[in-house]
Write a protein that binds this ligand. Structure first.
Ligand code: NAD
Length: 260
């Protein structure tokens, strides 16, 4: 057990799987008290079980991040259970297969992606910030993506637009609250090997179409993104705010990548 988050109360949305689960486990190993939030009860409860098995402290609060009342209750539960809120990791996100080109993505899919990926982050900040002000400060980490910065010929138009929105919104929040001891950063991962990318990772042609653009020649592991979130959550990043914090294996800086 480390102490990089000793005593800090951390809410993580989408912590029932992938990056969120890895972050929840890592934050707890570093002394954080973790409030695991997810719409998927089985996944969220499993994350709590894994944390407690490792001697860490966590509770699960079933939360749909698209519902204001549920996000408000999530923050209230964190404060009531652990006394305050220090870290809000707005990580929940979806990536539906039906999200494609602007000319054929159904309106319903656009609305659903925006509700989870963009409004969900808005609601997380809306209710976390007053709690952080009560606590004397805090760190907000909003998950965007490298696609907030780059276009792709294999489009997911709603997903990309939602992540661009997360990036812009996070920057403005960071500036507004910069003198209130609240930091806000947009975490921008490259492609990560999690269930979210299942349909791409399981298809060799789709995998290869992406791998050729990654200088490191591999996808990220969820743990590698969680490590970046840990840095942004901890006081080690005390002068880091309003960033597009890239964890992308060099994708956004590359023109031609190594052949082998
Ligand atoms: P994942 O699918 O493994 O986990 C996402 C979790 O969010 C799931 O447990 C799911 O139940 C939960 N969730 C979905 N809708 C929700 C809602 N309405 N309320 C609460 N929880 C909800 O995905 P992941 O890869 O770990 O993704 C985490 C974040 O990272 C997402 O925001 C995603 O867009 C982003 N991201 C992922 C990648 C990647 O390649 N995997 C790359 C860049 C950014």
């Amino acid at each position: 057990m480390g102490n990089r988050l000793a005593g800090k109360v951390c809410v993580i949305t989408g912590a029932g799987s992938g990056i969120g689960r890895e972050a929840a486990i890592l934050f707890a190993q570093e002394g954080g008290k973790v409030v695991v939030a997810d719409v998927n009860t089985a996944g969220g409860e499993e994350t709590v079980r894994l944390i407690r098995h490792g001697g860490g402290e966590a509770i699960f609060v079933r939360t749909d991040v698209t519902k204001a009342a549920e996000v408000e209750a999530l923050v209230r539960t964190a404060e009531e259970t652990y006394g305050k809120l220090d870290v809000m990791f707005n990580n929940a996100g979806i990536f539906p297969d039906e999200d494609g080109s602007v000319v054929d993505t159904p309106e319903e899919v656009w609305d659903r992606v925006m509700a989870v990926n963009l409004k969900g982050v808005f609601l997380g900040c809306k209710y976390a910030i007053p709690a952080m002000l009560r606590a004397g400060g805090g760190s907000i980490i909003n998950t965007a993506s490298f696609v907030a910065l780059m276009g792709a010929a294999v489009p997911q138009i709603a997903y990309t637009a939602s992540k661009g929105g997360v990036l812009a919104m996070t920057r403005e929040i960071a500036i507004e609250f910069a003198r209130k001891n609240i930091r806000a950063n947009a975490l921008c991962p490259g492609p990560v090997d999690t269930p979210l990318l299942r349909s791409i990772l399981s298809d060799p042609a789709k995998r290869q179409r992406r791998l050729v653009h990654i200088p490191m020649g591999r996808f990220a592991q969820a743990r590698e993104v969680a490590q970046a979130a840990l840095f942004l959550a901890s006081d080690e990043s005390s002068y880091v705010t309003a960033t597009a914090f890239l964890v992308d294996g060099g994708i956004t800086a590359a023109y031609i990548t190594p052949e082998e």
